[in-house]
Write a protein that binds this ligand. Structure first.
Ligand code: GDP
Ligand code: MN
Length: 390
């Protein structure tokens, strides 16, 4: 689960990590009030920042500095409601529905700090680089040696010597090392307490008066741990998510929208991946990843159909089921009922295997629905690709 920068900064603040003060605004009036407040507190510069679940906002025109209230208002008017395009949003961009109005900082250096769960080592890796403020993926690609890493043993956590080592590699002044270590410990504790999978401070800045600040912050939480974080769950902003994925999550369907034309309905994540692969192999493109789960019932199948059908790019539906826990006859009954109820007119291609497969095939044959059955996965994929091409 992703959250906004202003929410991430609120979390950092609770862990004693210094961040600029600011207010979130959803209207021009709120933005104006927040900017006036910051200027009246003696800030020479106020920053207007678009809040969307994507990075690269600065380059896309979603981060602007203002020295007067008039400038701040003009930036707020320009950014709020704009369709912000960054390298992470795709060409359609993302509509800006919230702003962060923040006190400006006098930047001396832009550095980078990041924590990520490294699956290969089974540890949290703490990363630091002197190349902050820019695309860290580019730094990782071109000059990987300039990203310093410390692996944290889960039993004992981040150690002071590791934080000091990273602080020295960032080239911080002697007087800043202690603050940097405290800063990193705050981040590490926040990361662990919130069950995060990613936390990035880019840029992590030093100011002209020698202070350290998190100028930007991105946090992703582990979805599988959200059941034990009711408070964090409330930070979800579904306006930032794909509407079909939001719908699917209501029915406990694992659905990811993709941009091909063949909708897939599959039970089991491994089979779903294999199905997408074989569609590609047959010359087509999957419209989605969908795992209806091992114990899917008729209602879930119906909901799954509904979601697949609301994607206008879909030209054919490929149902690939292995009847293990979910018996094939039960699935076939559900597919027939759902297809009738929703009046599905798109071609349906089935590949069925497993418990009660003969009964299942009979139910499909008796239904009178225009369904093609492939004997193997490859044959079914070929049928689906042909059907999608029309
Ligand atoms: P991102 O582009 O989505 O990663 O947004 P950031 O919050 O990282 O902001 C992008 C850039 O805007 C930063 O790298 C800074 O160079 C600049 N910026 C943001 N806030 C301030 C500020 O308070 N003062 C100054 N001088 N620059 C800022
Ligand atoms: Mn950034």
């Amino acid at each position: 689960m992703k959250i906004h920068e202003y929410q991430a900064k609120e979390i950092l603040r609770r862990y004693g990590v210094p961040v600029p003060s600011g207010e979130m605004a959803t209207t021009i009036e709120e933005a104006d009030k927040a900017a006036k407040q910051l200027f009246s507190e003696g800030n020479a510069v106020v920053v207007v920042k678009a809040q969307i679940h994507a990075g690269g906002r600065g380059k896309g025109g979603g981060v602007k500095l203002a020295k007067t209230i008039e400038d701040a208002d003009a930036h707020s008017k320009a950014i709020l409601g704009m369709q912000l395009v960054t390298h992470q949003t795709g060409p359609a961009g993302q509509k800006v529905q919230r702003l962060l109005i923040e006190q400006g900082s006098a930047i001396e250096r832009e550095l980078y700090l990041g924590l990520v769960l490294d699956r290969a080592s089974g540890k949290v890796v703490f990363m630091a680089s002197q190349h902050g403020g820019m695309d860290i993926e580019e730094v990782a690609h071109n000059t990987p040696d300039e990203i310093f890493k410390e692996y944290c043993d889960p039993g004992i956590g981040l150690q002071a010597y590791q934080a000091r080592k990273l602080a020295f590699k960032l080239g911080l002044a002697k007087e800043q090392i202690g603050d940097a270590v405290k800063f990193m410990f705050g981040l590490y504790k926040a990361f662990i307490d919130t069950d995060s999978t990613l936390m990035e401070i880019n840029p992590f800045i030093t100011t002209k008066d020698g202070k350290l600040l998190a100028l930007d912050c991105k946090i992703n939480f582990d979805d599988n741990a959200m059941f034990r974080h009711k408070d964090l769950k409330e930070l979800r902003d579904i306006a930032e998510e794909d509407p079909l994925e939001v719908e699917a999550s209501k029915y406990a369907l694992n659905y990811i929208k993709l941009d091909g034309s063949i909708a897939c309905m599959v039970n089991g994540a491994g089979l779903a991946m294999a199905t997408m692969d074989i569609i590609e192999y047959a010359g087509g493109k999957a419209a989605n990843f969908l795992d209806v789960g091992g114990g899917a019932n008729q209602e879930q199948i119906e909901n799954a159909f509904g979601i697949l059908l609301s994607d206008p790019n879909v030209k054919a539906i490929f149902i690939n089921i292995f009847g293990g826990i979910l018996r094939v006859d039960v699935l076939a009954t559900a597919v027939v009922a759902a297809a009738r109820k929703l009046n599905v007119t798109l071609p349906i291609i089935l590949r069925l295997e497993g418990t009660n497969v003969e009964e299942g095939r009979q139910i499909i044959a008796d239904s009178g629905l225009k369904v093609q059955i492939g004997a193997t996965m490859k044959e079914a994929a070929d049928l689906a690709v042909a059907a999608a091409k029309g």
